[in-house]
Design a protein around this ligand. Structure first.
Ligand SMILES: Cc1cc2nc3c(=O)[nH]c(=O)nc-3n(C[C@H](O)[C@H](O)[C@H](O)COP(=O)(O)O)c2cc1C
Length: 185
């Protein structure tokens, strides 16, 4: 029996070619056993999402990773659309039974222009980044999913190539780590 966890990285970047951080991170995990990187812009350049195909894809994995650059304390529009279109009532929730994603892992990997020091109460960005993630944490909880420790690359302009490679290694390690941070009820 194969015990390798199946992970779907849902990658959303509007211009991956000009990306430094997210392209490098995706490359760091793309060849890891059990990991599939699903580039939403490449799959849906017209932004018309094949919902049944996405649901089949999700049903087959153990963990879903949302990977994106932070845009306005949130995610790029195509990823929000993907969430809205795919996580529908009667499939993800409201089935009268556990939703299709119950028990699967949920993880966020993101990058920010703002530095770690900026992301704190009273800091330049005003909030801790953990607070920015509350809507996604609530989503995971609502879907009965298991919240995994996020990977956040802060202060992208100051990140050296060496540090970026270290983040890539950390990302690989996190995908092999089944411990959950357990979502508070
Ligand atoms: C439209 C837009 C909105 C952004 N909003 C934020 C933000 O709210 N907070 C932040 O820290 N950085 C913000 N940034 C900076 C991006 O997060 C940063 O450029 C990105 O993480 C770099 O990743 P990449 O090299 O993969 O493109 C924003 C950038 C753009 C283009």
């Amino acid at each position: 029996m194969n015990n390798v966890e199946k992970v779907l990285v849902v990658l959303a970047h509007p211009d991956l070619e000009s990306s430094r951080i997210n392209r490098s991170l995706a490359d760091a995990v793309g060849d890891r056993e059990g990991v599939e990187v699903h580039d939403l812009e490449a799959a849906y350049p017209d932004h018309v999402i094949d919902v049944p195909a996405e649901q089949v894809r999700l049903a087959d994995v153990d963990r879903i990773v949302l990977q994106y650059p932070t845009f306005w304390y949130s995610m790029p529009g195509l990823l929000k659309q993907w969430l809205d279109d795919v996580m529908v009532r009667g499939w993800a929730y409201g089935t009268g039974q556990p939703g299709a994603l119950k028990g699967k892992g949920f993880q966020v990997v993101t990058s920010t222009g703002g530095s770690e020091e900026d992301y704190q109460p009273g800091g330049f960005q005003g909030w801790d980044y953990a607070d920015v993630l509350i809507p996604l944490k609530a989503t995971a909880r609502r879907l009965g999913m298991i919240w995994h420790e996020p990977l956040i690359v802060h202060g992208v302009r100051e990140v050296t190539d060496e540090q970026l490679a270290e983040y890539g290694q950390r990302y690989r390690d996190l995908l092999g780590d089944r411990r959950d941070e357990s979502v508070a009820a």
